[in-house]
Structures are given as C-alpha cells and as structure tokens.
Ligand binder design. Structure first.
Ligand code: KG4
Ligand code: ZN
Length: 331
C-alpha cells in the first residue's frame, strides 16, 4: 500500500510517500523558518500563502524521490487539524484535488495522531498498546494508543503548549525563532540555579499548565532589565528547561504508572530536546519501561508521519473523507 502524505498545519509544507505505513520512501519538507524569523514567530497569513506556492512542488519532489508514479498511489492522507486554519486549508485542498483526479481515497489525519505515528516509521517492530507524550509547539498531550486505530486522549495542557513556552521564553531573551533549539543549546552551557515556579504540580492531576512558568520567566527577565542588570541567558535557559521538562516527564511517568503501561513513546517537535530525551530515558530505565524516541527529523512536522497514520486508518477503512472535508483549527 503506497500512500502520499501532505502536511501544512503550521510553517512546514511537507509531502511524503510511505509504503505499508512503516517504510518512508521520501519525506520532502519545505520549511518557512527563514521567512517567519524576522517576525519572531509564525505569521498565519504569510504561512498560508507560502504553503500555496510550495505544496505542488513538494508533492512532485516527494514522488520523484520515492521513484513512484502518481498512478501507483493507493491513497492521499492529509492533516485536516489541529493547526492554523489558512495553512491547513491549502494542504486539504491540494489533497482533495489529487485524490479526485486520481480516483483514490482521501484519508483525513489528526495532526497529534500523526506525530505519534512517526514512531511506527522509526521503529518498524513497534506495536500498540503504548502510551505517548506529544510535546510540540501546539500541543502537550498524553495519548493512549490502544491499537493501530484507537487513540484515546488522556491528558492535555490547560493553556500554553510546552513548545510555545520555549518559543516565548526565547523571544523574551532575544533569541531567534524558533526558540526551542536555541534554548536547548544555551541550556547545556548554563546552570539550573534559578527557581521560577516552585510547584508546577499544583493541581495534583495529570493535566499540564505552562503559562505560570512562562510568566515567571518573563517577569524575572523584565525585572533584571528594569534594574539594568545583565541577564544570565544560559542559566535562565537551563533553569527553565529543568522545570518545564522535569514537570512534563514527572507527569508522563506518573500517568504510565497509574495506567500500568510499560511501553512509552515520545513525539512532537519538543521531543528533539536533548534534556527531555535524556531525562525520560533515565526515568524509564529506572522503572524497566521500554522507551521509543524518533530521530529529530521525524519529531518536527513532516508528512511521512501523516502518511503513516493515514495508511493504518486506510487498512481498516477508517477516516476515509469525502470531498466535503474541511480543515479544523481545533480537534
Ligand atoms: O511538532 P512541531 O514541529 O510543530 C507543531 O506541531 O507545533 O514543533 C515545533 C516546536 C517549536 O515550539 C520548537 O521550538 C520546538 O518544537 N522545538 C524544540 C526543540 N526543537 C524544536 N523545543 C525544545 N528543544 C528542542 N531541541
Ligand atoms: Zn506538529
């Protein structure tokens, strides 16, 4: 089964060809990072217009790199949400047109489920059931994957996503967009000697909240600026990372223990964070949990993960969409 995937939910236009949900034949990513950097973040209208320019060339390149003719495709899988509506609409419209022209099924893919499915490409032997943490610019969610097509949301953030808080903290520190990788680099040089939010687990349940931590960092930096004092950027990065990641990992591990699940996977752009990867690996090792973490290229937005998720759905006749499929900013 050969599936073309299309992803355009934020600032990456991506097209990929995947065989049997597991084998990535091509994964073309046209990143808009340089375009949005001068604004310090993604400008939705500009992102949508650039997706429009990039989507068909990305599809052509994905087919060429995979050595697959469009007539050989069995289906088109596309991210229909969650994401920026004007951006999603470009991918959805392109996917509909291709599916209609080729007379093949159109499969709608939930972006969060797509992130998780990246693990099925990275680890061809991996099978559900498993518990996954999706840590990205738009989401911080724990999802229980009960079988290949049953994804049950367990917990999510009440406010900001973890990646969003990385990006906001980076911005206040004057670091370039996207802030996550910059903070990751700086944190390695700094020391985690500043306490921002003493108790992030204040609610005592499995939900996440990052806005308090973000605000504490912003206030700390503003206070130093007002007093004309130098900002210890590397220490702020290390301290913020320690709190944000420590809290994220604690909650995820607690969730796994409560549910008695021993197979864990990580997904989403923030899964590229070196401290998150190492802390989670250490905590899993202590408890004898299996942990799967995809390579960074499959953690950030890409269409291979969308094609993978779509392939498993197609196999069971699930999530087949009509040409009336619409994009959704929230799912
Ligand atoms: O999954 P993704 O590509 O897009 C969304 O679906 O949101 O995630 C992008 C997010 C951004 O917030 C970016 O700063 C963050 O992932 N990110 C990182 C790292 N690499 C990317 N955050 C922390 N450390 C990193 N190394
Ligand atoms: Zn994403």
């Amino acid at each position: 089964m050969i599936v073309l995937g299309i992803e355009s939910s934020c600032d990456e236009t991506s097209a990929a060809v995947v065989r049997d949900g597991r084998e990535c034949l091509s994964d073309v990513i046209a990143s808009q990072i340089e375009i949005h950097r001068r604004f310090g973040g993604v400008v939705p209208e500009i992102a949508g217009r650039n997706h429009l320019l990039a989507v068909i060339p990305a599809v052509d390149e994905a087919l060429r790199k995979a050595g697959v003719k469009k007539e050989e495709l069995d289906a088109v899988a596309v991210t229909y949400g969650a994401g920026l509506i004007g951006c999603l609409l470009v991918g959805v419209s392109a996917a509909k047109a291709i599916a209609y022209a080729l007379g093949i099924p159109l499969v709608k893919v939930n972006h969060i489920q797509g992130h998780i499915a990246a693990n099925f490409i990275a680890f061809p032997e991996l099978e559900p059931p498993l518990l996954s943490l999706v840590a990205s610019g738009g989401h911080t969610s724990i999802v229980s994957v009960e079988d290949y097509n049953t994804y049950v949301p367990v917990s999510a953030t009440l406010d900001d996503a973890i990646g969003e808080s990385f990006d906001k903290v980076a911005r206040i520190l004057g670091l370039p967009y996207p802030g996550g990788p910059e903070i990751d680099k700086r944190a390695k040089r700094g020391s985690a000697n500043i306490k921002f939010c003493p108790n992030l687990h204040v609610r005592g349940d499995l939900s996440y909240t990052f806005s308090g931590l973000k605000t504490a960092v912003v206030n700390y930096v503003h206070n130093l600026k007002q007093r004309g004092e130098e900002i210890p950027v590397d220490d702020v990065c290390a301290s913020f990372t320690a709190e944000a990641v420590g809290y994220t990992v604690d909650t995820f591990i607690r969730c796994a223990e409560e549910r008695g699940v021993k197979r864990l996977v990580l997904a989403g752009g923030v899964a590229a964070n070196s401290y998150l990867r190492s802390l989670l690996a250490a905590e899993c090792e202590k408890r004898g949990f299996e942990l799967f973490v995809p390579p960074p290229s499959l953690c950030t937005d890409n269409a291979a993960m969308i094609a993978a998720r779509g392939s498993f759905a197609l196999k069971d006749g699930k999530d087949i969409a009509g040409l009336d499929l619409n994009a959704r900013s929230v799912i």
